[in-house]
Structures are given as C-alpha cells and as structure tokens.
Write a protein that binds this ligand. Structure first.
Ligand code: HEC
Length: 209
C-alpha cells in the first residue's frame, strides 16, 4: 500500500515538472525559423515594391507605365477655391460651392473648433485658451480683433490647412491631418459666426459675409 502511494507521488511530480518545463522552457528564445502557420491561405505571396526592378518584364521595371493617354480623374485637387481657399492666388471671400451654410455646418464647425482650436484660442475665440494659463510662450491670436475680423474666409481656411510660422518657429500648427477639407470650411464658418457674436452691427453695416 505504502509503495503504491510513493509511486503515485513520484509520477505526479514527474508529470508536473515536465509540464512546467514544457510551458516555460522555450519562452523568449529566438528562432530563425518562421512560426508555424497552420492555414496559410494566400497570406504570403511574392510582390514588388514601387520602383523595384523585376526580371519578369522585358524592360526590367516592376511598375508598369501608364497606358498612353491616361488622364487623372478626381485626385488632382484642381478646384482651388475648395482645396486651397484661393482663386488665382487670392484668398476667396466666399464659401466654395460644395459647402452650404447651414445650421448643421455650423454645428460641425463648432464641435471641431472646440476640439482643435479652443485649447489655444478659447471657446469664445478671444485668444485666452487653456494653454495660456500654463505657458506664456504661446500667444494665440484674439480672433475678434480688427485684423482677424478682416481676414477673408480663404485666409482662415489657409491658416487651418497650413498653420503659421513665426520666423523659424511654428506659431500655429497645421490642422490638415486632423480636419478634412469639408471640416476646415465648417470651422471657417464657425469662426466667422463667433466673430459676428461680438460685432453684429458693424458686420451688418459692412455687408460682411
Ligand atoms: C497650439 C495653439 C493653437 C491652436 C490649437 C490653434 N491656433 Fe490659431 N494661432 C495660434 C497662435 C500662437 C497664433 C498667432 C500667430 C501669429 O500671428 O503670430 C494663431 C493665429 C491664428 C489666426 C490669425 C492668424 C493671422 O495671421 O492673423 C487665426 C485666424 C487662427 N489662429 C485660427 C485658428 C483655428 C481656426 C484653429 C483650429 C483649427 C487654430 N487657430 C488652432 C495658436 C493656435
């Protein structure tokens, strides 16, 4: 009886230690062989990087030349008014025809402005955003002063898209990655709306849009 139990204990210890070794033994070790890939499907295939040579084609180029007469469609961003806020190099004074001045546009502009612009320019646009409590190095413009009120919509669009340099330093970063073209126009419209909240009469007199 005693003998049997000892055998049992020996067996359990043996199996236990082998399992432990198996589970922990190879962790973190490096192997030059690829991992086991049970169902390869078509996960790994030969392919060429752009500009890479290839012996498959007679001209040894991996990239195929465009078919003669190919014309780019839709990606040219040729609509300067919409994409650059300019026409013939001059800042536009109106919204592009793709953008309709609606309540929804202003609501979207407000939401985006409050996320991306308010930290510096403040929710009211007075240039007293929360960053100014922490750093004197950043002096966001007061969007209600005469100069900023006189900026045409195209100029505000351009500022959002390209930011502004002060000498070699970035005074205001570009928001082109955060704001799509449409969103930039929505913010432009909202900035104009913010400005109108403080100077409604003056704006009406000037017939400002
Ligand atoms: C990191 C802080 C910061 C953020 C965020 C920021 N700005 Fe600015 N902005 C500045 C500073 C600083 C200036 C002053 C630059 C100067 O004139 O030297 C400025 C200037 C401006 C001006 C006036 C520029 C001129 O030439 O008169 C406008 C308009 C403006 N910002 C709009 C925006 C809008 C719209 C957004 C949101 C998309 C935005 N800013 C986000 C810091 C910021």
């Amino acid at each position: 009886m005693m003998r049997l139990r000892l055998n049992w204990i020996a067996f359990v210890v043996l199996v236990g230690s082998v399992t432990c070794l198996g589970l922990t033994g190879c962790r973190g070790s490096v192997s030059s062989r690829p991992p086991i890939h049970l169902n390869p499907n078509m996960d790994n295939q030969a392919y060429l990087q752009p500009q890479e040579p290839s012996s498959f084609f007679r001209d040894k180029r991996g990239m195929r030349p465009l078919v003669k007469g190919t014309v780019a469609r839709g990606f040219l961003r040729a609509d300067e008014h919409f994409y650059a806020g300019k026409v013939k190099g001059k800042y536009v004074k109106t919204l592009p025809k793709q953008i309709k001045l609606t309540k929804a546009l202003l609501a979207r502009g407000q939401e985006r402005y409050n996320i991306y612009c308010a930290p510096c320019h403040g929710f009211q646009g007075d240039g007293k955003g929360v960053v100014t409590y922490y750093s004197r190095a950043i002096n966001p413009a007061n969007l209600h002063d005469d100069l900023r009120r006189s900026h045409p919509p195209g100029k505000i669009y351009d500022l959002i898209a390209n930011g502004k340099m002060s000498g070699k330093q970035i005074a205001m970063p570009s928001y082109r990655s955060q704001l799509s073209v449409k969103d930039r126009w929505a913010v432009v419209a909202y900035v104009r709306a913010l400005q109108l909240t403080r100077y409604p009469v003056a704006a009406l007199k000037k017939g400002q849009k």
